[in-house]
Write a protein that binds this ligand. Sequence first.
Ligand SMILES: O=P(O)(O)OC[C@@H](O)[C@@H](O)c1c[nH]c2ccccc12
Length: 416
Amino acid sequence: MEGLASLKAPFQATPFLSSRPKTWDLPTQLNFYKRNSFSTFSVRAQVESTDGSAAVSSSGESVTEALKIKEWEVGMLENEVASGQGIRIRRRPPSGPPLHYVGPFQFRLQNEGNTPRNILEEIVWNKDKEVSQLKERKPLSVLKKALENAPPARDFIGALRAANERTGLPGLIAEVKKASPSRGILRENFDPVEIAKSYEKGGAACLSVLTDEKYFKGSFENLEAIRKAGVKYLILDIFYHIMPFVDHVDDSRQNMQCPLLCKEFIVDAWQLYYARTKGADAVLLIAAVLPDLDIKYMIKICKILGLTALVEVHDEREFDRVLAIEGIELIGINNRNLETFELDISITKKLLEGERGKIIRERDIIMVGESGLFTPEDIVYVQEAGVRAILVGESIVKQSDPGKGISNLFGKDISI
Ligand SMILES: O=P(O)(O)OC[C@@H](O)[C@@H](O)c1c[nH]c2ccccc12
């Protein structure tokens, strides 16, 4: 696959990248030429081969055609890299090779499987399309501008640790979840802000807000609304800001304090910026979807943005891949297989036994037990397995008073 290692853009070709021409490492570079319709550019483009010589250097049709071919080859390479890491999810439907393709034989043959193999793959394909449309409307430069004045992100891990120390029980990430493809509608009268407030009152350390609309009936409006709940006190904040010598009166405000996890299917680093502009303090990175290089790269961006990354795994192989990545502080074990919906909470225990559990303790990584937790016995079970936090949706969101649902889940009131 020579010719793939360096692609230079002498123009600002994509909203995701800054205006300076650079050569990027693989994941960025892949995002770069996959996602853009180069044919819309009438400017001069240059594609370099690995040895630095120009493979194409012209304008108009030949560039378009060459880039289409490259784009397609990169898609094939990307799927190959991912499947080499045991990732079964393909990022987008395989398309046939471009008309004038004269590349390797095996690539010319590969044109099967235009329907998603499972629900996770379907969601990812849909997300990929959704993101490329959103990106057109809100280029990265716009998001970056918006972030210049954004308040700092809240300390997601700090909140989980504090709750764990305070109660001696796993810190709770309570999920604002209206529906899911496996369970259908979970709550009919769904007021995200009311649910969030009730969770916070009930002792949740953090909140998780689903933002996927199509499959989970969530939205970024919900995330924003929860973040802004209590915003009527903004005037007071401004007053305190310009009159710093005035003591803050304890006005028992109802501002939401819990850090927020944006529960989204992240396939593109642009989404990290977007989540941050909508008030997220943390994001979910799913190892079943993202190759190692993407995870590494996204973790770096998260650090720059002040976002906490919760990296989710479901089996030993994913767990080992994630443990080999530097800088990971928070790992979730999803007891639900997102490809088949099978649920089994013994997965948390199985993954934390032996050597892996030892590594986690040595590195002081916080483990989160995710999905399918319904009773105080379930909580004890995953806590004994080694988790210091849990992520719970269904069992609490279904209760008429979700805050009380938390007490039922833990078998005691954890708000005090
Ligand atoms: O409603 P439950 O079974 O308590 O699960 C919550 C949460 O773990 C689940 O929503 C979840 C975990 N990882 C995900 C990834 C995508 C969508 C949803 C999820």
